[in-house]
Design a protein around this ligand. Structure first.
Ligand code: FAD
Length: 401
């Protein structure tokens, strides 16, 4: 059998199928495998999350029923056990997220590739999948990454496509598969950025003084969702964990309206009534000195207040408290998919059967980020891809038998 795409989903399916005794060949067009997994390792490699399963599953939104089934076959605990089997101990961070103790991916990837090699999995790098020939065989362009090369054809009994989405295309996932599957009549939801930054038309002053700085411990709300966290001010807008968690509804609002409002609570641990009381105590002190001394509202948080609160509200304690607790930041655009952590859209789940096989093309399986689901950061993406790899690997074994 052939697996195209040497990311977490493809390699996991390869492990399952090879361990079941099948001959597995993995193809990827990059010179080395698992590039996006290695990139994720730069951020510490958040493998999964330790929260209760129902809460975990709610992160997959409309795709929750699929992931309920997938995680029954490969749970967060199974993922930690699998990593431990590769010699990678994991720990639960203060946020509940699960990381390898070493906070990187390279050791895990090396150990995993050794295991796959031991199972007889062959890895064919620099093979770009280009479709099928007239006989139905897979066609590849074999050569340097992104260059012309000779055509190679392969006719396996079953194929898994695990080609990823379209974020960070230099890791290999460039979405080039979309027209190939659409050519089969497969319905593909347009690929869109997910877990990405947004554009904010900053004043020169705010951009020059605060680009690159984190805004810590603030409340963020949009589309009825509220959370506490931090984000970073960038040259063009905002990015970071708390923003990513709200990125799906904000992206959809911008697509519909051209803009979206993110509401910030700059002092999430203080009730509005208490804030009004304190603001009323301000005497002759300047506003910035008072905010700093009495409310510890300094740096980027104070700058955001100045940037977005109407000047008239700064002098009235009730209006000012309302601004501090609910500052509207208008987002005018979405940062490009090339810089997003993941992508939304992909092959519609209704195209697949329970084994992740394409209904209209028996023997062709799909897994990972190329399918139409999305989840916030927090380990849900990798957990989802690994679990899909397990399900597709088992599905292929079952189908071939
Ligand atoms: C900066 C960054 C940090 C991240 N951090 C985390 C994190 O901490 N936790 C988390 O859960 N998730 C994280 N993610 C997301 C996670 O890495 C992805 O969701 C996951 O790698 C997707 O796995 P996949 O196997 O579906 O696809 P990919 O990992 O994208 O692999 C797809 C493979 O297919 C190959 N391919 C594509 N097209 C072709 C073709 N035509 N021919 C041959 N080969 C092809 C590509 O070269 C690639 O190797 C992060 C992502 C980024 C960008």
């Amino acid at each position: 059998m052939a697996i195209i795409g040497a990311g977490p989903a493809g390699l996991m399916a390869a492990e399952i199928a090879a361990a079941a005794g099948l001959r597995v060949a993995v193809y990827d067009h990059t010179p080395t495998p698992a590039r996006k997994l290695l990139l994720a390792g730069r951020g510490g490699l958040n493998l999964t999350h330790s929260e209760p399963l129902d809460r975990f599953l709610s992160r997959y939104g409309a795709a929750e029923p699929l992931f309920r089934r997938l995680l029954a076959g490969f749970s967060p605990d199974d993922l930690r056990g699998w990593a431990a089997g590769l010699g990678i101990e994991t720990f639960v961070g203060s946020s509940g997220r699960v990381f390898p103790v070493q906070m990187k991916a390279s050791t895990l990837v090396r150990a995993w590739l050794r295991r796959l090699d031991g199972l007889g999995v062959t890895l064919h790098s620099r093979h770009r999948w280009t479709g099928w020939d007239d006989t139905g065989a897979l066609t590849f362009r074999h050569g340097a990454f992104d260059q012309e090369g000779e055509t190679v054809t392969v006719a396996p009994r079953a194929t898994l496509l695990a080609l990823g989405g379209a974020s960070w295309p230099r890791t290999g996932s460039d979405g080039g598969w979309v027209p190939l599957l659409e050519g089969l009549g497969v319905e593909v939801a347009p690929l869109a950025p997910s877990n990405m930054g947004f554009e904010v038309p900053w004043s020169d002053h705010l951009r020059d003084r605060f680009a690159g700085q984190p805004v810590k411990s603030v409340g963020l709300s949009a589309a009825g969702k509220r959370l506490k966290g931090e984000f970073v001010i960038t040259e063009t807008g905002i990015e970071g964990g708390a923003v990513y968690a709200l990125s799906a509804p904000l992206r959809d609002a911008i697509a519909a309206e051209g803009w979206a409002t993110l509401t910030l609570d700059l002092l999430p641990d203080m009730a509005e009534a208490e804030l009004v009381k304190r603001l009323r105590r301000r005497g002759a002190e300047s506003l910035s000195t008072f905010l700093k001394k009495s409310l510890s509202l300094t740096g980027p948080r104070a700058a955001l207040l100045r940037e977005f609160a109407p000047a008239a509200d700064l002098t009235d304690p009730v209006a000012l408290a309302r601004q501090i607790k609910g500052l509207s930041v208008v987002l005018t655009g979405v940062r490009p998919i090339e810089r997003a952590i993941s992508s939304a859209g992909g092959v519609r789940l209704s195209e697949l059967d329970d084994r992740l096989m394409l209904i209209r093309r028996p023997g062709l399986f799909l897994a990972g980020e190329m399918l139409d689901w999305e989840a916030p950061t927090g380990g849900y993406l990798l957990q989802g891809c690994f679990a899909m790899g397990v399900a597709a690997g088992k599905g292929m074994v079952e189908w071939l038998r």
